[in-house]
Design a protein around this ligand. Structure first.
Ligand SMILES: [Zn+2]
Length: 107
C-alpha cells in the first residue's frame, strides 16, 4: 500500500528528475568532449574543477540537489559549468589531478 510518505518521496524524486533534465538541457544535453548524450551518465562538471570547494566547504550549509540544479540552470550561460559523461569526467579528474579527499559528490 502506498502511503503519504511514499507519495511524497516519489513526487520529490520526479521533481528532481525534471529539474535535472532542465539543467542538462540548459548545458547542451551532451558531453562536451565526446558528444555522449545519455542523461543517465551525464554529470555537471565545474570547468575550473572547483566543485568540491563550492559544494563541500567545511561548515558550509549544504545546498540541496534541486537548489543546485536550479542555480546551475540559471548560470548555464556563464561558462562555469559544462556537461561531461562519466568517462570523460573521470578522465578530466585524472588529467587535472582533481582528486580531492572524497570521491562522493559526483553530480
Ligand atoms: Zn564524454
Amino acid at each position: 500500500m502506498i502511503g503519504p510518505r511514499e507519495l511524497s518521496t516519489r513526487s520529490s524524486l520526479r521533481r528532481s528528475r525534471e529539474v535535472r533534465s532542465l539543467v542538462l538541457a540548459a548545458l547542451g544535453g551532451k558531453c562536451v568532449r565526446c558528444g555522449f548524450a545519455d542523461p543517465r551518465a551525464l554529470q555537471i562538471d565545474h570547468v575550473n574543477g572547483d566543485g568540491r570547494a563550492e559544494r563541500g566547504a567545511p561548515g558550509a550549509r549544504r545546498e540541496s540537489t534541486i537548489a543546485y540544479y536550479k542555480r546551475v540552470t540559471l548560470e548555464a550561460g556563464n561558462g562555469r559549468y559544462q556537461l561531461l559523461c562519466a568517462n570523460c569526467n573521470w578522465i578530466k579528474r585524472d588529467e587535472n589531478k582533481e582528486y580531492g579527499g572524497r570521491r562522493k559528490g559526483l553530480v
